[in-house]
Design a protein around this ligand. Sequence first.
Ligand SMILES: *Cc1c(COP(=O)(O)O)cnc(C)c1O
Length: 395
Amino acid sequence: MTDFDPEWELATRAIRVGHARSQEGEHSEPIHMTSSFVYRSAAEAAARFSGEEPGNIYARFTNPTVRTFEQRLAAMEGGECCVATASGMSAILATCMGLLAQGDHLVSSRSIFGSTVVLFDKYLSRFGIQTDYVDLADLAAWEAAIRPQTKMLFVETPSNPLTALGDIQALADLAHAHDCLLVVDNCFCTPALQRPLELGADVVVHSATKYIDGQGRALGGAVVGDRQRVGEEVFGVLRTAGPSMSPFNAWLFLKGLETLELRMQAHSANAQSLAEWLAQHPAVERVHYPGLASHPQFELAQRQQKAPGGILAFEVKGGREAAWQVIDATRMLSITANLGDTKTTITHPASTTHGRLSEEQRQAAGVGQGLIRVAVGLEAIDDIRGDLARGLDAL
Ligand SMILES: *Cc1c(COP(=O)(O)O)cnc(C)c1O
C-alpha cells in the first residue's frame, strides 16, 4: 500500500489514499486503460514474472487505477489488503473459492442477497460445500448450526428488505471460538457507516455497484481483509480465474469513495425523515428502519453503525393490492429493485426480489404482500414524501 498517515480519518483516506502521482503531475487520478505493461529489459520482465520485483504485469491482476481503488477501500475498511472484482457476486465467489474447499460447511444468515443464496445452494454444493441458513438475529441458532466441518459464517447486515441486524462482534467471537471465519457483506452500510473488521470480522465483501458508485453507473465488487487470506488466497483466484474490475469502473468507484461519507449521511438523514413520517401515517401498519426506536435492535444499530442507512421497508394495510396502488401512484420514484443510487427506488419484494419463494417461505422471511421497500435517494425529502403521499393518502 502507498504510504498514508494512519492518523487520517475516513474522509481524508477516501480522498487521499492510493494515488502515486506520475511524472505528469496530474491532480486527479488517471485511468490506465491498458491490458499489458512493458519492461525495460528481459531481466526486468523475468523479475516481475517471478515475483522478485513488484510491479505491473497484466491487467487481469495488476492495473494502477484498480490498485488505487483497492488501496483506498482497504484504508477505509481498516484492512491490510483489498482485491477488486468485476461485480459483487464475483467478490463473494472469489472469497468462497479462495477460502473454502470440498467438504467444508458454511453457516449463513437466511436474509441475504438472492443471488448469493443461488451461489451457495446451486453452485458451491456441486463442489461439496454445504450451506445451512439461520435467523440472523438469533445467536443461539448460529451456534447450533456450527459443525466440526464449518469454516465460514456469512452475514449481511442490515438485512434486505426488513433491516434486521446481525451483531458483528458477537458473531466474530462465535466464529473464532469454533475456528471459523466471519465474512460480512457490507454493501448496505459501506465503511462510512460500519467497519466490520474493527468489530472482529475477518473478511468484508462489497458490491461496489451500490453505494460505492452511488450513481447507478457501473458493476463492481471488492474483498477486504488480511494479507494472507485476501492478499494471497482470494487474489490467487482473481489472478487465475479473472473476474477482474475494469480500470474505467475502478476510476468511477474511486471517485465515488471520495464523496461516500457525505452521501451516506445524506441517504440516512433522508431515510430517517421518511421513516418518521411513514410511522405516523394512518395507512401504514409498520415501518422497518434501524433509526426508529421501535426497531427491535435499535440499541445494536446505535452501537454498530454510525447512522441507520438509506434503506427502509413499510407495511400498508390492504395487502398486495394496496401496496401496488402506492407504488403505481408514484410519478418520480423509480420502480426498480436496485439500490444505492442518488435516485430513490421503490419495490414490492413479495412479487420481485422474493417472488420465487413459496408463500410459506415468504411468510417465514417476514415478507408480506403489503410490504414495500424504499431505497431512499438524495432528492429533496419533501419531493420524495410528496410522491409517496399521493398513493398512501388515497388508501
Ligand atoms: C447487489 C448486491 C450483491 C451483488 O452485487 P452485484 O454487483 O450485483 O454482483 C451482493 N450483496 C448485496 C447485499 C447486494 O445488494
